[in-house]
Write a protein that binds this ligand. Sequence first.
Ligand code: HEM
Length: 401
Amino acid sequence: MPTTVLEAEPQHVRAAPPHPDPYPWYGRLARERGFFRDDANNWWVAASAAAVREVLTSDVCLTRPMHERVPAGLRDGAAADIFSRLVRLRDDQARGPLKDVVTAAVRNIDLRQLATLTQARANELDAEIGLPFDAAKTTQFMFALPVQIVALLLGVPRERLADVMGWLGAYGAAAAATGTNIPVPTAEIIARGHQGAQALFDLLRNLKINDAERGPLLTALTNEGRRAGCDENDIVANAVGTMIQGYAAMASLIGLTLLALARRPELRAQVMADRKLLRPLIQEVCRFDPTTNSTFRFMARDGEIARHTLRQGEMIIVMLAAANRDPALNPEPDRFDIARADRKYLEFGAGPHACPADKLAPLIVEIALDHLLTRGVPFEKLEAALSYAPSGHIRTPLFNR
Ligand code: HEM
């Protein structure tokens, strides 16, 4: 059969997340290439589970280049200030205590209260978005609910939620464009990113100093931050960071799980009848079709990774989604099986930068999916409406076509 353009392999790892099916290629990279240099793009690729783990746990591999804490195109503005303060993107001395503060605050959220809040907000969104959910409204819901829950946990008032989503989108577009060139950065994207970042920072700074309005997540960040002697602006920026980190990822995980169900009617019937199956289903999607396809690292100095010598400053694209398909991590990795024993996946990272929300985020996603299944999802229309958002690292299905 002739190969169509759509079926052609991705040209490189940063072109892969929006590809309709990058997984046969990812699997081959994991099994056959492991760790290799892509000269055409001037980066290294870690694709096997062993190489990915080695990079993520190596102290030679930093989240930013030593001499470029912030992408050059983003400099001089509020977006640069937030970017440079996020625990996710720093490896300096102040990061250690700050990471402990963020981890403790996120991990200590009461999951029962979280579930109640998520269910209540989902019901409110029914009225705001308008039932029944067609494909476009399903997309709207999957983006709105999870990030709004994190915002509410911080104390953002309901009437500011729509603004917050717009500001986060503007910041995210500017950070991605200047960091990866996807989309190509324009003066307008960058200016809107700085405006969004400033608005987010101002809102969170005001909430932080207002005992009556702060939500439990911001209260925990504030108290833990004070105890650890953290810089106040670092706390504000990382409060914004809790919304930045999960926004696209939680929406995408909802969408990718809906797609998994749309493609498997029998499984869908089982899950409709027994909602307890949602939890292992979401975990299998995190392994089989994860949203965080990759992350990246930079060499702090010359050093050896996976028996290759790398030079200071060189970039490594860390292929979490490829590693999930490495048979060394999971037997028969290309089989989708929600009953899989001893499932392993790297969707929430590993090592010092691992995600602190590996329990909180899947719970929000589970409640969102349960709600959508109850309200009714137009499963038969999702595939025809599907496109993937442009991104070098994140796989985000949109049902808007
Ligand atoms: C499905 C949802 C999510 C996924 C798949 C996800 C995935 C990840 C991954 C892969 C990393 C590590 C990146 C790297 O090592 O380069 C990470 C880091 C992080 N995530 Fe998440 N995340 C999700 C949701 C969230 C949410 C909701 C929050 C906050 C409430 C959050 C907070 C963080 C933070 C603070 C870091 C940085 C940790 C550090 O660098 O020390 N994430 N996440």
